[in-house]
Design a protein around this ligand. Structure first.
Ligand code: CP
Ligand code: NVA
Length: 308
């Protein structure tokens, strides 16, 4: 049984196999209606519970559709409607759910909820985003990059903005898949040193550059995310906007990257804030491929978790 808790906690060869399997599963169902089952039904007879303590569109729908395409059944649970949100312990919740379902996906705030769930569950647990990381997103992003540009190994990725949970999983991926990364943003919003150090310890070149224009020189991929995440207090909004305005991804910034640089954003985006519509809807943007690839990447993650 494998938990999928984080990219840096997962063996690089397993990560590579998941990306390759996601790609072949995607190709195998080209042109099929979304609700038509895959030829392979590895999740037949399996039940998957998805717990959401924060809002979601992509994670919720892509996991649900992915389970069904592979022949399984799924249920979406809102943390607030569960006893978990009213004082039942995580450990007891994990032990109870393990009697009903074959796998648990959870989106939560504090990552200790995720790790405790994994500790006490008898079934695999998948991280569907915490305040600290978002590994499923970056599996989809690696798949998307490779579809467009070939191997991500050796690529130059630039993260612009807040060094948040999605940025953290990108840094983990840099170490595991062997690419380099530059973070450009204000010092107050730097990514966690632990994660920067981890990527460097695995041989990735990680640069912190305060000048966004300089940062994107030579970039193969420019990535942005919201300036205020779901776990941030709304009161930080104005200050964040002031701090981050210089790091907006716009046409001028994209023009300073490699001519064929891609643009990614995990979505939801705030148009004209962290990124302009001209970039989001422009020729370098692959944001909707990224969103689609959540489905394909997570199907491979679920198979790996269940050893199928
Ligand atoms: N990118 C992402 O995780 O989107 P949702 O919040 O809609 O799930
Ligand atoms: N950093 C964002 C990602 C949303 C998918 C958040 O945590 O709100």
């Amino acid at each position: 049984m494998n938990h999928f808790l984080d990219i840096h906690k997962t063996d690089p060869s397993a990560l590579r196999s998941m990306i390759d399997q996601a790609s072949s599963m995607k190709q195998a169902r080209q042109g099929r209606p979304k609700g038509m089952p895959d030829d392979d039904q590895p999740l037949a007879g399996r039940m998957v519970a998805m717990i959401f303590e924060k809002p979601s569109t992509r994670t919720r729908v892509s996991f649900d559709v992915g389970v069904r395409q592979m022949g399984g059944q799924s249920m979406v649970l809102s943390g607030n409607d569960m006893q978990l949100g009213h004082g039942e312990t995580i450990a007891d919740t994990a032990r109870v759910l393990s009697r009903y379902v074959d796998m648990i996906m959870i989106r939560t705030f504090d990552e200790t909820v995720l790790t405790e769930m994994a500790e006490y569950a008898d079934v695999p647990v998948i991280n569907g985003l915490t305040d600290r990381t978002h590994p499923c997103q970056i599996m989809a992003d690696v798949l998307t990059y490779e579809e467009h540009r070939g191997p991500i190994k050796g690529a130059q990725v630039v993260w612009a903005g807040d060094g948040n949970n999605v940025c953290a999983s990108f840094l983990h991926a840099a170490g595991q898949f062997g690419f380099d990364m530059t973070f450009t943003g204000p010092a107050q919003l730097d990514p966690e040193e632990e994660f920067v150090g981890l990527a460097r310890s695995k041989g990735s070149k990680i640069v912190i550059e305060r000048d966004a224009m300089k940062a994107v020189e030579g970039a193969d991929l420019v990535v942005a995310d919201t300036w205020v995440s779901m776990h941030d207090a709304q009161s930080v909004r104005e200050r964040r906007h002031n701090l981050l305005r210089a790091y907006q991804v716009n046409e001028a910034l994209m023009a300073a990257a490699k001519p064929d640089a891609l643009f990614m954003h995990c979505l939801p985006a705030h148009r004209e804030e962290e990124v302009t519509s001209a970039v989001m809807d422009g020729p370098q943007s692959v944001i909707f491929d990224e969103a689609e690839n959540r489905l394909h990447a997570q199907k491979a993650v679920m198979r790996w978790c269940l050893g199928l």
